[in-house]
Write a protein that binds this ligand. Structure first.
Ligand code: TRP
Length: 332
């Protein structure tokens, strides 16, 4: 199993990224060969501030390591340090079809009413994402619900490239669905995903929040006046309550039913303090490591450079095959 996955380096990690993606990454390090990267090349598909982008890339690197990604087990790097990602994307641009990209819901969402003003990079975003995984012959790609369509596209591109060139250059990657791929929602609105772009900081728990901030956000989280039910059915129409139960279960690494078994009949006056204590106990050590590492620019850059060198070596023969399959005299 060779696992490849990326995360956008847009600032700080929050509990939604942590429980939705990172916890799975940490587990996968021990199950297969893993390549994890900061998708800084993807970040420039939207307007960015250059200073914020480099700071965000380093900060996210620190957050990943603080969360348990071990650069001695998994390769950890940023895309921009491995030029083969951009090179392979160009080769795949010959294979990807306008019609396929036109159907991508993320492009529709992000370009909104201003399609004409959207960047070419936003349109071609899924082709770069295909290059990210095909470059390494990934067998498994852990992705959330919102990225499934992009993974499907990567498979379509790989298949068409292989067929058109009469080669077996690329492996078709499978989605990897982790057990705890928890979908964590906003603390203010149980129908919106927890997100770093939500204007209210009370809607999310950041990995950089201290214990007081965490406790306060959970105390103020939106709920309802009912006590917790005995079964999951009782949460069906209660998105905020369900979200807090989901967070508890994910942090405690148990099932949501097990959480209800413990708290059924209790109100949020009892549940919230328990949830706050649990959240602080899981995140405090992460936060401590993060604070210790986040300003150590030279250590972070050394880790990213080392990861990039190793990743480049894994990708080099596959990139060379792709050039050759197309009849390009690249000298690679
Ligand atoms: N587009 C992904 C996201 O926003 C990040 C990403 C970039 C990615 N390249 C990837 C994920 C390759 C998996 C594989 O979440």
């Amino acid at each position: 199993m060779r696992v490849v996955s990326g995360i956008q380096p847009t600032g700080n990690l929050h509990l939604g990224n942590y429980l939705g993606a990172i916890v799975n990454w940490v587990k996968m390090q021990d199950e297969g060969e893993c390549l994890f990267f900061l998708a800084d090349l993807h970040a420039i598909s939207m307007p960015i501030d250059p200073a914020e982008l480099s700071a965000g890339t380093r900060e996210m690197t620190a957050a990943l390591i603080a969360s348990g990604i071990d650069p001695d087990k998994a390769l950890l790097f940023n895309q921009a340090r491995v030029p083969a990602h951009a090179e392979l994307q160009w080769l795949l641009n010959g294979t990807a079809r306008m019609g396929w990209l036109n159907r991508m819901t993320q492009f529709k969402d992000k370009s909104g009413k201003n399609r004409e003003g959207a960047s070419i990079a936003l349109f071609a975003y899924p082709v770069l994402q295909a290059a990210d995984v095909l470059l390494y012959n990934a067998t498994h790609v852990p992705v959330g619900e919102d990225q499934k369509q992009h993974l499907e596209l990567a498979r379509d591109i790989a298949e068409k490239f292989n067929t058109d060139t009469g080669t077996e250059t690329f492996v078709l990657p499978e989605p990897y669905i982790g057990e705890t791929a928890a979908r964590i929602m906003s603390l203010r609105d149980g129908s919106a995903k927890m997100s770093k772009s939500d204007p209210s900081d009370m809607s999310r728990i950041n990995l950089s929040d201290d214990a007081d901030a965490i406790a306060k956000k959970i105390r103020k989280a939106r709920t309802d006046p009912e006590p917790l039910p005995e079964t999951m059915d009782g949460l069906a129409e209660r998105p905020e309550a369900r979200n807090l139960v989901a967070i508890y279960a994910a942090l405690a690494e148990t099932s949501q039913q097990a959480v209800l078994d413990e708290f059924a009949g209790k109100g949020f006056g009892d549940f919230k303090p328990a949830l706050a204590d649990l959240t602080v106990s899981v995140l405090a050590p992460v936060n401590e490591r993060f604070v210790a590492l986040k300003n150590d620019t030279s250590a972070l850059d050394a880790i990213l450079t080392r990861g990039a060198e190793k990743a480049a070596a894994v990708g080099a023969p596959i990139l060379a095959d792709a050039y050759r399959a197309l009849g390009l005299l690249s000298g690679r």
